[in-house]
Design a protein around this ligand. Structure first.
Ligand SMILES: [Zn+2]
Length: 166
């Protein structure tokens, strides 16, 4: 059994979603290779950083990701295997890439409770959650605000005008 610590750049962009690991991003690999009867049992962890945009508010994000992997690389035999020992070497690229790509979030968010974009203005709500009043109304219903009964009928004149237009 042998152990290795590697740092290698991602050879390509890994992932096709909102976030991905850019080509050249360092990938840290802690590797354990065990000789077994059928071949080499390869296991370990791989860590890197993915980047992209929040799926709700489109803010740029970058987050660490770490995955575990394990695969038996078989000695070449009569049947072709996906993972084989070739020339006494094992090629980890597909193994590590697939493990990382599968772990990338499908709906990445900049923070767990990201409120996304304001449906009315398109502005990010992240920065000013506290300032935004609760009374924010769906714009499709905004016209109905004019029909709200006014307890004090002191100045209803504006409401009357608005009602007439709509
Ligand atoms: Zn966000």
């Amino acid at each position: 059994m042998r152990e290795f610590e590697l740092e290698v750049p991602a050879p390509d962009k890994w992932g096709e979603g909102l976030v991905s690991v850019p080509g050249g991003e360092p990938v840290d690999i802690d590797l354990r290779v065990e000789s077994v009867h059928e071949g080499m049992l390869v296991s370990g962890t791989a860590g890197t950083t993915y980047s992209g945009v929040c799926g709700r508010c489109l803010t740029d994000i970058a987050q660490p990701v770490e995955v575990e992997f394990q695969e038996l690389f078989a000695y070449p035999g009569e049947e072709a295997e996906d993972f084989e020992v070739r020339d006494d070497r094992v090629d980890l690229e597909i193994l590590v890439r697939d493990a990382i790509v599968l772990s990338l979030p499908f709906q990445p968010v900049c923070q767990p409770d990201c409120p996304g974009l304001d449906p009315a203005t398109g502005e990010r709500l992240t920065e000013n959650i506290t300032e935004r009043p609760q009374e924010s109304v769906d714009p499709r219903w905004a016209a109905l605000q004019n029909f709200t009964p006014e307890p004090d009928a002191g100045a209803p004149r504006r409401d009357v005008e608005n009602t007439g237009k709509s």
